[in-house]
Design a binder for this molecule. Structure first.
Ligand code: TPP
Ligand code: SF4
Ligand code: MG
Length: 272
């Protein structure tokens, strides 16, 4: 049962929510709400941006300064807000399609700039909202409405992509470990720079139905069985890691943050 403090961050006037019963996105929203409570954030100073997708509905349900923007473009909106008001805490909740397909360009450049925004990527390996088309994270061999004989495209590793592009905090968890997900969200928000928290979740309605994970619990069991903590993964071979989900904090480093550099540049230019 959520605590009263968690309830205080909800816009219950928009309930019942649109998510299918048992959708993993609700587990992530609860982790997120607990993180907001733990960090004692002020609603009037907290911005939550989202694109379009089942995952992106989260911005509507949280009682903060929220923006439900366009599919794939939420990081552009979030970047504008952070640059205009760097004192705000800016969080961007995205789906895997939102983040890595149509929004892929915004994502790599936000990583590159290391702007102080926390991206929560709710990766269910599919376009859930539009009926189950393959996304760039659909594992090769998986069934989707657009890959009726199995996907042949290799899938993105979101954490490796974020690390390679320059994000200063990168972590992965799953909905089978919501306490760990909460911890990573907290650490991501605390990090002064671009933070990527990928949380593996499930769309049992579209992906699960076609890939032998029909119920929410089938998916939770799948994540439990196939997750490998980073410390253990380091001693495993590539063959042993095939099909596994490596969880943990991959990057946590101190690198110059974009808005600070931008403001310093303005000061410099004005002083000349
Ligand atoms: C510009 C634009 N292109 C396409 C769409 C259609 N569309 C809406 S949600 C979505 C995919 C959602 O997938 P994902 O981001 O993974 O979120 P999920 O629903 O799986 O949580 C698409 C293609 C749109 N709304 N706007
Ligand atoms: S379609 Fe999938 S992602 Fe969307 S609410 Fe239903 S289970 Fe969740
Ligand atoms: Mg998705």
């Amino acid at each position: 049962m959520p605590s009263q403090e968690v309830f205080n961050w909800l816009r219950t006037r928009f309930f019942p929510h649109i998510w299918c019963p048992g959708c993993g996105h609700g587990i992530i929203m609860h982790s997120m709400l607990r993180a907001l409570v733990a960090l004692k954030l002020d609603k009037s100073q907290t911005v939550i941006a989202s694109g379009i997708g089942c995952s992106s509905r989260m911005a509507g349900y949280i009682d903060a300064c929220t923006m439900h923007t366009t599919h794939g473009r939420s990081l552009a909106f979030a970047t504008g807000i952070k640059l205009a008001k760097p004192e705000l805490t800016v969080i961007d909740v995205m789906g895997d399609g939102d983040c890595t397909a149509i929004g892929g360009n915004h994502f790599i450049h936000a990583c590159r700039r290391n702007i102080d925004i926390t991206a929560i990527v709710m990766n269910n390996n599919i376009y859930g909202m539009t009926g189950g088309q393959a996304s760039p994270t659909t594992p090769a061999g998986s069934m989707a409405t657009t890959t009726p004989f199995g996907a042949i495209d290799p899938s993105f590793d979101i954490c490796k992509l974020a690390e390679g592009a320059g994000a200063s905090y990168v972590a992965r968890s799953t909905v089978a470990n919501p306490i760990q997900a909460e911890k990573f969200i907290i650490n991501g928000i605390k990090n002064k720079g671009f933070s990527v928290v990928e949380i593996l979740t499930h769309c049992h309605t579209t992906f699960g139905r076609k890939n032998n994970r029909r119920t929410p619990i089938d998916n939770i069991n799948f994540f439990r069985k196939n997750s490998v903590p980073l410390a253990r993964a380091k001693d495993m071979s590539e063959e042993e890691l095939a099909g596994k989900i490596v969880t943990g904090e991959f990057v946590n480093k101190n690198t110059p943050e974009y808005t600070e550099q931008y403001l310093a540049l303005i000061e410099n230019v004005r002083g000349k």
